[in-house]
Write a protein that binds this ligand. Structure first.
Ligand SMILES: Nc1ncnc2c1ncn2[C@@H]1O[C@H](COP(=O)(O)OP(=O)(O)OP(=O)(O)O)[C@@H](O)[C@H]1O
Length: 717
């Protein structure tokens, strides 16, 4: 086994400063720092961007015109000359290996330096891209490795890992750091430190999956052995990389498996389903549940009926009707004399859920309260008391519900309307509010499977894959200013027909103030100059909760015809009569966010439009992203595109989700390895409760080191 077995288990021999590498002084260390590299371990895990195939040293007669090649030869002639047409100076060196001749040319050079290096009769290895010009083969600005004075090319059998005879890594650089220097640094890191790398991934799994030990994988990932095929290297599917990716995914999935096991082994509530409240609620609804809603509700019911606490993710595209499923689940918990908490990411959304549930629960004789950061101290005190003594059946609120001091009499079900804003910590906090309550997490934007398996990998999954009937897909147009007046006319005609509209402003700069300013100015101008005959409302994050509530009520009732808003309406607002949304500076939004926003329209029977206004100067990438929105209404397609364009950290908001970007793995490319690693990890945990066997001490320790804090792994101690 590796060298680290002799070290104390918690010491990491790779976490050593960059200055321990030969050739890395303060200047180079600073450059490496710019690449995000802070210690030797980070250097080792920063894999090459690509590889140059310099395995074969060719005869000059075998050279071709496609790509970088390596050849050797003896210098026959040297000297300055001029280019034929432009009469620019150049330095020329003619070499031969007995099978042919090549002319090497430099157009930027220092003559004394060239004279000193290139001496007739010397042997060297040359690396460059040969091109044929008539009968002559030329190579411009080749790399040159001189052989020892007494060594001739015929004796050339050795390889030089920094220049030829092997695959050569090409690293990501920064200004002032050259490829050659980079290779030297990485080579030193790989030679001295990679052998110390150790992963306690069980041998039987490594063998079953045909993986390399970590040390070997790191070595191979930087300097692949000559047998590896170039196609695999280019495609990133080679064994070394796969081994590293597997290792990375395995520990995450192991953590998720342990967390799931930890919850499954708890003794929760075994509810009975008596339909005491759910049946009357179903009668009150103006619609029948869709097939998908019923299926998902049954999955939830099954979970709730067993003693093992539910730990389920409810996923569904915008407007698919998750809320009613959540409320039905809540009623089951209430029927069983327990309380329910529903936590939403913003006040507006929490309020909306509260306002929606209130009349129904009232009719059922049940008490629901609203709790947020802006609940007054006096009200809060009374509410907290009522929750604690069990007078309240359901609490709807923001993260204020998770804070200390909120004590439940008997919490049976926690629901988090997550919308990508909460993370594992919040889920754990909600769970701690009761004695092993059931947990239902709702998320609106569909997430690609690979992300779901990581971020929500410990949850069982229910998907509402059907929209309520009668919806017409939203038509999306991307417009520049030149069509602005037309767009306004369209909105006017919609409102004149009795429908409603939104106009949304983005965060202009990273401050709420300017955000508000743009919306305020826009609002005044729209009311005065564009829509003087209609009633407009302005909604933004700085309004007091009562003001927001009032505004939303007026919009819902149709009194306000056009709602001008900052992005606070992004999540969950549900006004089916609204049929057009105009989004200013649409290029500044993320795709998932745009999809969420657009989901506010198209919720009723009227044909709906989403008008994405973009500036003329919008970048190419921006245009591409908006094109995805125009083409597709499918949340999954949009989520994939978002992941591709912005990367997982951004898509999820790394901070909130607790998920870092992976060091080597790529969620888009490595989905298969993820599934394999997940299967192995879950299987291992299934067979060994909490990995309690001392045989797995290393594994537990490593897991704690990598993921313990972020995954809230209580079972690791
Ligand atoms: N089965 C159904 N038939 C008809 N309308 C429905 C049905 N289920 C829900 N609705 C209505 O569809 C609209 C969207 O439902 P809901 O707000 O629950 O969606 P959601 O999945 O939470 O979406 P979002 O993520 O956008 O908030 C609401 O107006 C709701 O009343």
């Amino acid at each position: 086994m590796s060298a680290s077995r002799n070290e104390p288990l918690n010491s990491n021999p790779l976490a050593t400063p960059l200055s321990n590498l030969r050739g890395v002084g303060p200047r180079i260390a600073e450059k490496l720092g710019k690449l995000g590299l802070s210690d030797v371990e980070s250097v080792l895990y920063s894999l090459p961007l690509r590889y140059e195939d310099r395995r074969q040293i060719r005869k000059i007669s075998q050279l071709h015109d496609h790509g970088i090649q390596v050849f050797s030869g003896k210098i026959l002639a040297v000297g300055e000359s001029q280019t034929a047409r432009r009469r620019k100076k150049l330095y020329e060196v003619v070499v031969s290996d007995g099978t042919g001749q090549v002319s090497l040319k430099w157009f930027h050079y220092r003559k004394p330096f060239m004279q000193q290096r290139f001496i007739v009769g010397r042997h060297a290895v040359f690396i460059g891209e040969p091109k044929r010009f008539g009968a002559v083969r030329e190579v411009h600005h080749p790399d040159v490795e001189f052989l020892a004075p007494n060594q001739s090319t015929s004796e050339l059998t050795v390889t030089d890992p920094l220049s030829y005879g092997c695959y050569l890594p090409v690293y990501h650089l920064t200004e002032g750091l050259h490829q050659k220097t980079a290779r030297k640094i990485w080579r030193e890191a790989v030679e001295r430190y990679a052998p110390l790398a150790f992963s306690p991934l069980p041998d039987e799994i490594r063998q079953r999956q045909g993986l390399l030990p970590l040390a070997k994988a790191l070595q191979e990932a930087h300097w692949p052995s000559s047998e590896t095929s170039f196609d695999e290297l280019e495609g990133g599917t080679d064994l070394a990389r796969r081994s590293l990716v597997f290792d990375e995914f395995f520990f995450l999935e192991l953590g998720l498996a342990l967390r799931r096991q930890g919850i499954e082994l708890e003794k929760g509530f075994a509810f009975t389903v008596a339909h005491k409240y759910t049946a009357p609620l179903a009668k009150m609804l103006p619609y029948r549940l869709t097939e998908a809603q019923r299926r998902v509700l049954n999955e939830i019911k099954r979970d709730m009926m067993v003693e093992r606490p539910m730990n389920r993710l409810l996923q569904g595209d915008v407007g698919s009707g998750k809320t009613i499923v959540a409320l039905m689940s809540a009623l089951i918990a209430i029927e069983n004399n327990t309380q329910v908490a529903l936590v939403a990411p913003t006040e507006i959304l929490a309020e909306q859920h509260y306002l929606q549930f209130h009349p129904w629960l009232d009719k059922l004789g049940l008490r629901v309260v609203y709790l947020s950061g802006s609940t007054s101290v006096k009200d809060k005190k009374a509410i907290l008391h009522q929750i604690a003594v069990g007078e309240v059946h359901m609490v709807v609120g923001t993260h204020a519900v998770l804070q200390q001091g909120v004590e439940f009499h008997k919490l049976g079900l926690g629901i988090i309307d997550e919308q990508h804003r909460f993370g594992v910590k919040q889920r754990a906090a909600l769970r701690k509010k009761g004695k092993h309550p059931d947990l239902l997490v709702m998320t609106a934007t569909p997430i690609p499977r690979s992300l779901a398996l990581t971020v929500y990998g410990d949850l069982a999954l229910s998907i509402i894959d059907e929209l309520p009937p009668g919806r017409t897909p939203v038509k999306t147009l991307c417009l520049t200013d030149q069509f602005r007046q037309k767009a306004y006319k369209h909105i006017q005609s919609k409102i004149a027909k009795g429908e409603q509209a939104y106009i949304v402003y983005p965060l202009v700069e990273e401050t709420e103030k300017s955000d508000l300013l743009a919306a305020t100015e826009g609002f005044e101008c729209l009311q005065k100059d564009i829509f003087p005959d209609f009633k407009l409302g302005l909604l933004h994050g700085r309004l007091r909760p009562e003001e927001k509530e009032q505004l939303m009520r007026e919009f819902k009732s149709g009194e306000i015809q056009l709602l001008v808003s900052t992005t606070v309406i992004e999540v969950g607002i549900d006004v089916p009569n609204a049929s057009v949304m105009m989004i200013e500076h649409a290029e500044r939004f993320g795709l998932a966010q745009l999809h969420q926003l657009r989901g506010r329209v198209g919720r009723g029977a009227a044909e709906s439009h989403c008008l994405l206004m973009r500036s003329e100067r919008c970048s190419e990438v921006g245009r591409k992203r908006l094109a995805v929105m125009v083409e597709s209404n499918d949340g999954f397609r949009i989520a994939e595109a978002d992941l591709e364009i912005r990367g997982p950290g951004e898509v999820l908001g790394t901070k909130q989700s607790g998920m870092p970007d992976f060091r080597v793995a790529n969620l888009l490319k490595d989905g298969r390895v993820l599934e394999e690693a997940r299967q192995e990890a879950f299987q291992l945990v299934e067979g060994h409760k909490f990995l309690d066997n001392p045989r797995y001490d290393d594994l537990r320790l490593e897991l704690k080191k990598r993921w313990g804090g972020r995954l809230e792994l209580a079972s690791l101690g």
